[in-house]
Design a protein around this ligand. Structure first.
Ligand SMILES: [Zn+2]
Ligand SMILES: [Zn+2]
Length: 150
């Protein structure tokens, strides 16, 4: 799936411009997530997220963060602008060293092409996402990563 991703290079910013972000390279994964946490974090029916390797992401400006324990037991920390509240990125102990970037903050997100749709069990009837890629009721198994145990 990830080999469908194209190289990207774009900047992004929060609503008040106090926090900026730059991403480059190929996203590791692109997904639309309907989990209840993403609904609350976005105030709408889903988040469209691109996951990047740490070295491909540069964040400038201070963020506040909030950590939740996910269903799988990992720690998911979302970072947002302390002034305007825009969600800038997340990190998840399930994916060490990677940044989960909500693509709506980016100046150019035209490259975004979801490879999977997650947590359709909590998708509201009014929030339409594509059924042309695999839809998962929750989250799919992770591909093996070097840091994964067992
Ligand atoms: Zn801001
Ligand atoms: Zn989610």
């Amino acid at each position: 799936m990830a080999d469908q991703a194209q190289e990207v290079a774009t900047d992004g910013r929060c609503l008040c411009s106090a926090v900026t972000i730059a991403v480059k390279g190929k996203p590791v994964r692109m997904a639309q997530c309907h989990c209840r946490d993403c609904q609350r974090a976005s105030s709408t029916g889903h988040l469209s997220n691109a996951i990047f390797e740490g070295p491909d992401v540069t964040v400038s400006g201070d963020t506040n963060s909030f950590t939740v324990i996910t269903d799988s037991g990992s720690r998911y920390t979302r970072h947002f602008c302390p002034r305007c509240g825009s969600l800038m990125f997340g990190t998840n102990t399930r994916r060490p060293g990677m940044f989960i970037v909500p693509v709506g903050i980016l100046d150019d997100s035209s490259w975004f092409a979801p490879q999977l749709v997650l947590f359709t069990r909590s998708r509201p009837a009014w929030d339409i996402t594509t059924d042309e890629v695999t839809n998962y009721a929750t989250s799919p198994p992770l591909p093996p990563l070097p840091a994964d145990e067992g």
